[in-house]
Design a protein around this ligand. Structure first.
Ligand code: FES
Length: 260
């Protein structure tokens, strides 16, 4: 997929949580946003932050085709993302996109698909769910967080399919981790997609493997260049060492050398 370096205009900056903002962007000249696929990400240039030299990789949260908007869910983890979170409507942000590969969309429209997200890993699941729905599937979402206040974009997920929630403190949905949710025993899924903290993805991958379910994970390895040049995001796979930013971030679990 062709990559672009674009100046996009902020249309909205909404604080969803003390640690997350949702940024929406559109083009500056009214042209259409370039095609982007679920699982891909953008590398964002952070202007005005002297301590932030490199662009920041942020996964594509959603594409609003009607409003010609790109949504990015930004977790505030350091100087760069905190600076990015201060942008306001009308401001211009430079980004390189779309980068990386994409989740596989099953040809079989009767496939029962489960999208499991944890923390900021829920971000790519929204756009994936939207694309799956447009392909005629009914996605189910399983969102895992620490507490009810950490569940983000529940309304948007609910508009796309069934939503199940686990919280570690039991304040919303079922208490525990995503792999303990009863939906996994009550329903039969043909395919699982997951993104989130590595221990969660490993637990999901184990579950999928044990039950013979096709499973793709989106890795969150540290990234810098985003285009396979700096080698800081390397993952060891069945195909040798590969750059997650270029060959991923989406991998079939059977390609990974995780102990699952
Ligand atoms: Fe530079 Fe992947 S981020 S090679």
């Amino acid at each position: 997929m062709k990559k672009y370096i674009l100046d996009l205009k902020v249309t909205e900056n909404r604080q969803l949580h003390t640690n997350y903002v949702l940024l929406k962007f559109t083009t500056t000249d009214g042209s259409l946003l370039p095609p982007m696929a679920p699982g891909q990400f953008a590398e964002i240039r952070i202007d005005g932050s002297p301590s932030t030299f490199l662009r920041r990789p942020i996964s594509i949260n959603y594409i609003d085709e009607v409003r010609n908007e790109l949504w990015l869910l930004v977790q505030l983890v350091g100087d760069g993302t905190r600076k990015l979170a201060t942008v306001s409507s009308g401001q211009i942000v430079n980004m390189v996109l779309p980068l990386g590969n994409m989740f596989t969309i099953p040809a079989d429209k009767t496939s029962n698909v489960l999208l499991i997200g944890g923390g900021v890993g829920t971000a790519p699941m929204l756009y994936l769910g939207d694309v799956l729905k447009k392909h005629g599937l009914t996605p189910s979402f399983l969102l895992g967080t620490r507490s009810a206040k950490d569940v983000l974009q529940l309304e948007e997920f609910s508009a796309l399919g069934n939503v199940f929630v686990t919280t570690e403190d039991g304040s919303l949905g079922q208490k525990g981790y995503v792999t303990q949710h009863s939906v996994l025993t009550e329903c039969k899924f043909d395919r699982i997609y997951t993104c989130g903290p590595k221990p969660m993805m490993i637990a999901v991958a184990k579950y999928a493997k044990m039950h013979g379910i096709t499973c793709e994970v989106s890795l969150e390895n540290c990234m810098a260049c985003g285009v396979g040049a700096c080698l800081c995001c390397v993952e060891n796979t069945q195909d040798g060492h590969v750059c997650v930013c270029k060959e991923g971030p989406v991998f079939d679990i059977n390609k990974l050398l995780w102990q699952i």
